[in-house]
Design a protein around this ligand. Structure first.
Ligand code: Z5A
Length: 215
């Protein structure tokens, strides 16, 4: 007799520009998941697998040879293909919540709006690599680009993306906000320009709503 399949897990992505507080708030999310006793998998893009982490290194490291926009886009999707097969799809099939630090909205924001690559081409890659898999919910952590950059800029060394001009990060933010406006049922926007003491309860409230919606 075959055992019954677990209910598919929830695919939650965390998005936003540089320094908006993704790592900080993912720690809050992890604590909430543990408290609620929800089986989960925390992962990130680019990365999440051995190959993906190598690709992340290639994408973030500043080298003498400039990386072309298309090479960057295809590397992002190469890492994603591996990540979906090895990590995301199996965890969802086991019934876990998958919390992913960035996903394909980041590709539209950075490679589409930031670098100016064709949105239609990104959409074709998305469909080819992901099939019908899309996030169930996306928490968009939002702050003006200048706020995020000043937080990120406090680090010792800036990566290849963080060296871009402010106009690049403003295009990234505008793209995220436009995507959230186009899909209000998927996105929850959290204003992270406020002090953390005000952000954390909003993140927990968003998770509570999500849990209620899935029960
Ligand atoms: N990328 C892409 O181009 N295309 C794609 O498809 C994908 C990704 C998937 C990955 O870097 C890079 O890959 C990314 C885009 C590109 N660009 N870059 N760089 P990442 O995922 O590591 O992204 P990141 O934006 O660089 O992460 P980050 O710099 O680590 O920022 P964060 O995680 O959002 O912020 P944080 O580390 O939580 O907070 C930053 C500082 O602010 C820290 O000192 C906190 O203590 C402080 N903080 C946080 N919240 C607050 C509040 N509310 N008040 C005051 N201070 C705060």
């Amino acid at each position: 007799m075959s055992e019954s399949q677990p209910q598919r897990g929830l695919f939650v992505t965390i998005e936003g520009g540089e320094g908006v507080g993704k790592s900080t708030n993912i720690a809050t999310i992890e604590a909430w998941l543990i408290e609620q006793g929800i089986a989960h998998c925390l992962t990130r893009e680019p990365g999440g697998t051995a190959l993906g982490e190598k690709i992340r290194g290639l994408l973030l490291t500043v080298e003498q040879e400039p990386v072309t926009e298309h090479a960057e886009l295809l590397l992002v999707f190469a890492a994603r293909a591996q990540h979906l097969r090895q990590v995301v799809e199996p965890a969802l099939a086991r019934g876990e919540w998958v919390i992913c630090d960035r996903f394909t909205d980041a590709t539209y924001a950075y490679q589409g709006a930031g670098r100016g690559l064709s949105v239609d081409f990104i959409r074709e890659l998305e469909q080819s690599i992901q099939g019908d898999l899309r996030p169930d919910c996306t928490l968009l952590l939002d702050a003006p680009a200048a706020v995020g950059m000043s937080r990120a800029g406090e680090r010792a060394e800036l990566d290849r993306f963080e060296r871009e001009q402010m106009a690049f990060f403003e295009r990234v933010r505008d793209c995220y906000l436009a995507r959230a406006a186009a899909e209000p049922q998927r996105f929850q926007i959290i204003d992270t320009a406020r002090p953390l003491a005000q952000v954390t309860p909003d993140v927990c409230a968003a998770l509570d709503r999500l849990k209620q919606a899935t029960c």
